[in-house]
Design a protein around this ligand. Structure first.
Ligand SMILES: Nc1ncnc2c1ncn2[C@@H]1O[C@H](COP(=O)(O)OP(=O)(O)OP(=O)(O)O)[C@@H](O)[C@H]1O
Length: 295
């Protein structure tokens, strides 16, 4: 449904997006992760045809995001990272305006979405708080029945309860068969609704993670006062990685944990911990926390 080939964007000599190869299948929900400046919004703006690529191509629903922008826009509902709306208009007028110009817009659904987000649409945009303006943007973007949803940090500036509601609404859109591309700095939001997560670093896609696979992974950590013995052949295929630093051992496993644990627990170990792997561990492989860099 959505495909980029070597998609590249330079601002002068600065490479903001570096030969990105991304494929999102129809009906898939794909999260895009990465620190500030990684190139996420640049990718989204290129997909919407708001930026001209330096190199490469992007297609949505088989339409070229540059040359067939109008067709692409009729397939996509887009929430920009910086929601800018008309200050002089009331919320209701803004919803009517966007529902009328989007080929798949619907006034009643926009009003219902705003109501679900507890937004007072009788208020003028200029008098709305940042979170209220974000809700208004969401009421526009979530109310169309466009088959593709592209959302740049949809829960930014929202309080925790509304964040939860927005994530539920995006999850519902995904369940109804729509294709979703979403970026967020909140890893749990991506884990909650996405099938896959793409991790970006300095304009490059550095990792593509299927979240169903991740749910079957565990980290097993323990102390051992000797070298780790050879892992038995029966469990070796399920131990994806084994690392020993002095007395500390960390195994990364996939699938059934029972016989891995049976082997580990017959070693002279202490301080055994086994945890389900999360997106955090995967993300930290590419972006270690700032304090670790500083250490
Ligand atoms: N118009 C521009 N001119 C020059 N550099 C730009 C321009 N727009 C973006 N950049 C740079 O491109 C890089 C990628 O920016 P982008 O907005 O795509 O990052 P992002 O991953 O969305 O970040 P954030 O999480 O902070 O929103 C940044 O270093 C940014 O400073």
């Amino acid at each position: 449904m959505l495909k980029t080939h070597n998609l590249t964007k330079r601002y002068g000599s600065f490479l903001a997006l570096d030969h990105a190869q991304i494929v999102v299948a129809e009906g898939e929900c794909c999260g895009v992760l990465g620190p500030n400046g990684a190139g996420k919004s640049t990718l989204f703006r290129l997909l919407m045809g708001f930026l001209q690529p330096t190199d490469g191509t992007a297609h949505i629903g088989g339409k070229d995001c540059q040359r067939e922008k109008t067709e692409v826009h009729s397939l996509v509902s887009y929430l920009p990272g910086d929601v800018r709306l008309f200050d002089e208009m009331k919320g209701k007028q803004v919803l009517e305006f966007f529902a009328d110009i989007h080929p798949r817009g619907n006034r009643e659904r926009s009003f219902a979405t705003a109501k679900r987000l507890d937004l007072d649409i009788s208020r003028r945009v200029g008098y709305m708080s940042t979170g209220m303006r974000q809700k208004l943007g969401l009421s526009i973007a979530l109310a169309t029945d466009a088959p593709v949803l592209i959302m740049d940090e949809p829960t930014t500036s929202l309080d925790p309860n509304v964040r939860g509601e927005v994530i539920r609404m995006i999850g519902e859109a995904h369940k109804s068969g729509r294709t979703v591309l979403i970026c967020s700095h909140v890893l749990s939001e991506i884990e909650d609704i996405c099938d896959r997560a793409i991790i970006m670093r300095q304009g490059k896609v550095v990792h593509d993670q299927c979240l169903q696979d991740l749910a079957r992974r565990h980290s097993v950590v323990f102390e051992l006062n000797q070298s780790l013995p050879r892992i038995p052949d029966e469990i070796r295929p399920r131990v994806l990685a084994a690392r020993q630093t002095d007395t500390s051992v960390r195994l990364e496993t996939e699938g059934e944990l029972r016989d891995v644990m049976a082997w580990v627990t017959q070693l002279p170990i202490t301080n055994l911990k086994a945890n389900r792997m999360g997106l955090r561990e995967v993300y930290d492989r590419f972006h270690a926390p700032v304090s670790e860099h500083a250490a």
